[in-house]
Design a protein around this ligand. Structure first.
Ligand code: AMP
Length: 309
C-alpha cells in the first residue's frame, strides 16, 4: 500500500442558514472538507475537482498551505464555481437544499493526474456517479480501498449509475436518511445488510449528532456523537468524517475491522470540530494536538467497567 490518497469531489461556494445565523458565500465543497481533514495525516493527498474563474486566490492558497496536491484541480475561465445553499432545521439533523448551481460541474471531465493513477486509496466524494465511475476507470492499478459518499440529489435522479458504482466500492459512507432512501428499509441494520448485498464490504451509516455505525457483516461498531455545548453549522461534517476516516487508514497502511473502528472515531472527532463554526473555519484552525485530545474525549466517554455477578 502506498501513501497516495486520491479524492474526487466538489470545491464550492456555499451559503448556509442555521438557527444560529446565516452566511454569505463561503468556501465549501466536499473535496475541500475532505482535503482539510486529510491534511492532518501522513498521506500524499491529491484533489480532483473543478473551479471557476471566480474562485478566490486566498482559497487556493489555503488548500496549498495544507500541502494538498492540486494538479487535478482544473480552473475554467469565464465560468462560475459550483454553488450550493442550504438551510438547517431546528434539530440540525435535517436540512433543505435551497439552491444547487452546478456551473463548472456540467463541464467537469475528471482526469486523474499521472502521479495518482496508482493511488492505493481512492475516496469518491459526493458527486455525479458517472464521474465517480469515470475516475475508477482511469486507475492503472486496482486500489486497495475505494470509499464512496453520495447524497439525496444523486440518489433521486441517477439511481442506475449509483447502483453500478456501489457494486464497485469497498466502503460506502452515507447518513441514515440516505441509507433509508437507497434501501427503502427503516431499520438501519436491515439497510446495512441491503447495502452489503449491493457490493461494499464495509458500510458506514452516520447519524448526525447521534454518532455513526460501522458494519462489516455481523460485526457492528457504534461510535457516539460527542456531546458539544455549541453546534453552529453541520455542513461538511460528513465530509470531514470520511476525510479523516480514510486518511487515517492510509497513514495506518492496514485495513482491518479494528483499524476501521479507530478510523470511525478519528472521523467523528474531526467532524466534531467542523460543526463548531460556520463553514471550514474550525477545521482550518484545528491542530493535531486538539484532535488527539478530542479522540481521548471519545475514549473516556464510552469507557466503563462492569461486573455482573
Ligand atoms: P455534507 O454536509 O458533508 O453533506 O457536505 C456539504 C458540502 O457538500 C457543501 O459544502 C456543498 O458544497 C457540497 N454539496 C452540496 N450539494 C452537492 C451535490 N449535489 N454534489 C456535490 N457536492 C454537493
Amino acid at each position: 500500500m502506498n501513501n497516495k490518497l486520491l479524492v474526487l469531489g466538489t470545491i464550492a461556494y456555499d451559503a448556509i442558514e442555521t438557527p444560529f445565523g446565516k452566511t454569505g458565500k463561503i468556501l465549501g465543497g466536499c473535496a475541500t472538507y475532505i482535503g482539510l481533514a486529510a491534511s492532518h495525516f501522513k498521506t500524499q493527498c491529491g484533489l480532483l475537482s473543478i473551479i471557476g474563474s471566480d474562485f478566490e486566490t486566498q482559497h487556493l492558497d489555503l488548500l496549498k498551505s495544507k500541502k494538498l496536491d492540486l494538479e487535478g484541480v482544473e480552473q475554467l475561465e469565464g465560468e462560475k464555481t459550483f454553488f450550493w445553499s442550504g438551510k438547517y432545521h431546528n434539530d440540525l439533523n435535517t436540512r433543505t437544499t435551497i439552491d444547487t448551481q452546478l456551473n463548472v460541474l456540467t463541464k467537469f471531465k475528471p482526469k486523474v493526474p499521472e502521479d495518482f493513477k496508482d493511488a492505493s486509496v481512492v475516496l469518491l466524494g459526493n458527486l455525479d456517479p458517472n464521474l465517480q465511475l469515470e475516475v475508477l476507470s482511469q486507475m492503472t492499478q486496482k486500489p486497495d480501498l475505494v470509499v464512496m459518499d453520495t447524497m439525496n440529489f444523486w440518489i433521486e435522479s441517477y439511481r442506475e449509475k449509483l447502483d453500478e458504482l456501489i457494486a464497485k466500492v469497498d466502503v460506502i459512507s452515507i447518513n441514515d436518511e440516505e441509507a433509508r432512501q437507497i434501501t427503502q428499509k427503516h431499520s438501519l441494520v436491515e439497510a446495512a445488510k441491503e447495502l452489503h448485498a449491493m457490493g461494499p464490504q464495509y458500510v458506514v451509516i452516520k447519524k448526525g449528532e447521534h454518532g455513526a455505525l460501522l458494519f462489516n457483516g455481523d460485526d457492528i461498531f457504534c461510535a457516539p456523537g460527542l456531546p458539544l455545548e455549541e453546534v453552529f453549522d453541520p455542513t461538511g461534517a460528513g465530509d470531514s468524517f470520511i476525510g479523516g476516516f480514510t486518511a487515517y487508514l492510509v497513514q495506518r497502511g492496514k485495513i482491518t475491522f479494528d483499524d476501521m473502528k479507530t478510523a470511525v472515531i478519528v472521523g467523528s472527532a474531526l467532524a466534531s470540530f467542523t460543526v463548531q463554526e460556520f463553514g471550514t473555519k474550525a477545521l482550518e484552525k484545528m491542530t493535531f494536538v486538539q484532535l488527539a485530545q478530542r479522540i481521548q474525549a471519545f475514549k473516556s466517554l464510552t469507557e466503563f467497567e462492569i461486573e455482573i455477578t
